[in-house]
Design a binder for this molecule. Sequence first.
Ligand code: ADP
Ligand code: MG
Length: 130
Amino acid sequence: MEHLSFFYGEKRALEDISIKIQPNMVTAFIGPSGCGKSTFLRTLNRMNDIIPGARVDGASASTATTSTAPAWTWSRCAARSGWCQKSNPFPKSIFENAAYGIRINRMASSKSELAGRVEESLKQAALWTR
Ligand SMILES: Nc1ncnc2c1ncn2[C@@H]1O[C@H](COP(=O)(O)OP(=O)(O)O)[C@@H](O)[C@H]1O
Ligand SMILES: [Mg+2]
């Protein structure tokens, strides 16, 4: 991020944030309610784009790329970088919820591979019982 500011209409929610985020490390954002943690995360995967009147100044790796390269559609950004505030499953089966990300990212080449990855994911989350 370089000099990132974010506005909800007239109201500035993020002010001139510059930060390097290290690859393959866990990074934590800590602060009081309303300080802008969620806004910051939504800026990274462009979930703020759908809020009327919202606007970004400065650049994040993803917003810079997306604003200059038309190939970087909103949906492509969102597929690469997801987040959830409250887990909220889609109104589909558990299998289809677990399969969703694998499908949209074309990460399985066959039905059996998809089923295997869903099973593996559910086991890792302790959600698989026989
Ligand atoms: N959709 C929105 N429209 C207008 N203001 C918002 C919206 N979402 C958040 N805000 C405001 O932006 C500020 C940062 O909020 P938020 O990013 O949700 O903080 P946090 O996640 O740290 O609690 C708060 O003042 C909040 O009221
Ligand atoms: Mg929040």
